[in-house]
Design a protein around this ligand. Sequence first.
Ligand code: C5P
Length: 232
Amino acid sequence: MGKDVIVACDFNSKEEVFSFLDKFTEEKPFVKIGMELFYAEGPEIVREIKRRGHKIFLDLKLHDIPNTVMKAMKVLSKLDVDMTNLHAAGTAAMMEAAIKGLTREDGTRPILIAVTQLTSTSEERMRDELLIERPIDSVVLHYAMNAQKAGLDGVVCSPLEAKKVHDICGNSFVTVTPGVRFADGELGDQVRVMTPAQAKEIGSDYIVVGRPITQADDPVAAYRRCVSEFVG
Ligand code: C5P
């Protein structure tokens, strides 16, 4: 699996996202489109960014009954994205249905990864509100194994979990890690962070980087710095 930097385009209009992407005259970064932009602009934004030559991670985190997820994934498969995701909490039946829906007639499909536990969910909340009593690390790894058994390609996880996921699920199981910051950069609301170089060291396959690039004075230079630290 090719290592790459995915730029989280957390904008809420196509004008903003295009004025950002227009700055890139030489590279075509791998772009993450999340709920904010997708719900604001609809599927056409995916087609337009794709037409500009970018790879796309469509981060919609599906979680519903298997039949609904299968049908939704079938629609997404026609958008020709390169990567998309769902919540592993939807169970193996939902994940298997998702793969079925996502697989195109020619047998190809986007990379499908699972969210295990959101990094915004603390161990305490998981125990008190979700009634999951195990330590969060073992829950994350167990969900990763479930995703692998269901045939998914990998998980979204913190860079701190990527090594453990690879140890248990193997190095070809993809780890996509947000929470990346430059050593001299601002943390924003991220708490457990790593630099691109550390994420490389620990074996992340893809890093998802938003504000350190999108809010930089020179986003292209920040992107290049990220690529050179992470991909080398
Ligand atoms: O701006 P920043 O680099 O913090 O953006 C990180 C991106 O990764 C955002 O789009 C955020 O929603 C996403 N993400 C995250 N933590 C997770 C899952 C996704 O920060 N556990």
